[in-house]
Design a protein around this ligand. Sequence first.
Ligand code: FES
Length: 140
Amino acid sequence: MEVKILKRNIFQRMLGLSVTSEPKDSTCWNYSYGKLTVDLDKVPELKQAGGAIRLEGRDLPERILVFFGEDQQYYVFRNRCSHIGHRRLDPVPGTNTIQCCSVSKSTYDFGGNKIYGPAPHQLIRYSTIIDGNKLTTTIS
Ligand code: FES
């Protein structure tokens, strides 16, 4: 599997600034009693392969990364690198990988398995259910 390094400058890496933004429409998602629901009609960011959003705050128990892979599947991960800095993650277009935004650039496959870098553990990936325009996942 190819490991491609996302183009980021040293300051972005040192500060842990991820490429992935929060959704433009903040009403596109809801979290209640452990269930995260995303209204895909309100998220143009996820229409193209490689598109991603990060969800944070409100009552979410942890940061979440949602992206649409080149394999036309939606993925939901805990947005926390397993390396000591626990920085955020970004999908790397064209590679079927996810990469930490930090200086060390730990990289994982879509199964959450580390394929590059110092991260000691795999990522936590959540299963998704697509029902019409709704993506749901249980955050445990
Ligand atoms: S926090 Fe991700 S590689 Fe260090």
